[in-house]
Design a protein around this ligand. Structure first.
Ligand SMILES: [Zn+2]
Ligand SMILES: [Zn+2]
Length: 390
């Protein structure tokens, strides 16, 4: 078994779809044109289409046979606020917008799978094709879930695929358990007492307090988190004061936290609250912290990860499926869907070797040679998971 033949012959057609979406990138929750194209294509394939799920999200439903078994396949549709540096004909036509994460490719692969599955219907059950808006920090997955995604479109399991530069074309990577980190943003506001810069005795200096907080926060990963649990606390902004001779009233710190389980995320948050409050109090100041989880850790169900690895192995051979890739410290909001429904998030190779361009780089482009392969894996996930009864 390799790439499905009737998908392989659509390689050119899928490349046209992908390049059209690439040339017309839209940011999170602004995916009007993209969602229209997706909806129109799904309808033309014969699917039942639901628009406006989580603002600009689209769900296509395909049924075959009589069993109630169901599956969800998810692609993301949004682009990034990046000025594209590429000069090829399908470069972005929208200044300051770019498909620099390959979501144009993910959308196309899922459309390719939908077309094939609608034509062949070699499965028995319900397939929900989930086209998600605003993956890049905008909260698109949560918006769809809040809009009743899994109540309206029941899924026994849900699967998502992301391209990975640096992984050769024709290879896949998937692991059981944590796959990508969860991410939180925090803002800390220190309140002291302003004074003349030459009269520190009448101040409570918030700049000094903020400096101690920034240092003390680094004790959390090194002293409170288990050495085998990877985590990051980064203070990335410190602001306070406007003049050489004024001790200001307040100072602010902001930054990000990454961890691979909810438990470690909570441990870090409570540790930060303790350090922030205690350090401020030690200096006679006060401090408040706002801590927001933007991405949950992406955690694959062990059984579903094994299932996906098996399907990928059937398509490209077991030697081309890495079942133990390194953890990725970046984050992904498919994680919120995986917290609701068991499933698996996995990577498809976008090409390796010299000149490989990372995602979120102005020179990035999705590799069209992966389109038929990714669509085939989506299709085989359905045919394997919901086998037709004879
Ligand atoms: Zn991205
Ligand atoms: Zn992405």
């Amino acid at each position: 078994m390799a790439v499905i033949e009737s998908i392989a012959i659509r390689q050119e057609e899928m490349t046209r779809w992908r390049r059209d979406i690439h040339a017309h990138p839209e940011l999170g929750f602004e995916e009007i044109r993209t969602a229209e194209i997706v909806a129109e294509k799904l309808r033309s394939f014969g699917l039942e289409v639901h628009c406006g799920v989580g603002k600009t999200g689209v769900v296509g439903v395909l049924r075959a046979g009589g069993t109630g078994r169901s599956i969800g396949l998810r692609a993301d549709m949004d682009a990034l606020p990046i000025v594209e540096a590429n000069t090829f004909p399908h470069r972005s036509t929208r200044e300051g917008r770019m498909h620099a994460c390959g979501h144009d490719g993910h959308t196309t692969m899922l459309l390719g799978a939908a077309k094939y599955l609608a034509e062949t219907r070699r499965f028995d059950g319900v397939v929900n094709f989930i086209f998600q808006p605003a993956e890049e920090g905008g909260g698109g997955a949560r918006a769809m879930i809040a809009d009743g995604l899994f109540e309206r479109f029941a899924c026994d399991a849900v699967f998502g695929m992301h391209n990975r530069p640096g992984l050769s074309l024709g290879k896949f990577a998937v692991r059981a358990g944590p796959m990508m980190a969860g991410g939180a943003f925090f803002d800390i506001r220190v309140a002291g007492k302003g004074a003349h810069g030459a009269r520190p005795e009448s101040s409570i200096d918030p700049v000094l307090v903020a400096s101690h907080i920034a240092i003390a926060l680094q004790s959390i990963v090194s002293r409170n988190v288990r050495p085998l649990d990877a985590a990051v606390v980064s203070v990335t902004k410190i602001n306070g004061g406007d003049a050489y001779n004024v001790i200001p009233q307040t100072a602010q710190l902001s930054g990000t936290v990454r961890a691979f389980t909810r438990e470690v995320m909570e441990l870090i948050e409570s540790g930060m609250r303790r350090v922030v409050k205690g350090t401020a109090e030690a200096f006679g100041a006060t401090a408040e912290m706002d801590f927001r989880i933007v991405f949950a850790p992406t955690v694959n169900d062990a059984k579903e990860a094994d299932f996906v690895a098996g399907v990928c192995s059937e398509v490209v051979g077991a030697e081309n499926v890495n079942r133990n890739p390194s953890l990725i410290v970046a984050s992904e909001d498919f994680s919120f869907m995986l917290e609701k429904v068991p499933g698996c998030y996995f990577n498809i190779g976008n090409g390796a070797g010299d000149g490989v361009c990372e995602v979120h780089n102005p020179g990035y482009d999705f590799n069209d040679d992966a389109l038929a392969l990714g669509a085939s894996v989506f299709a085989r996930i359905v045919e394997t998971r919901l086998p037709k009864r004879i």
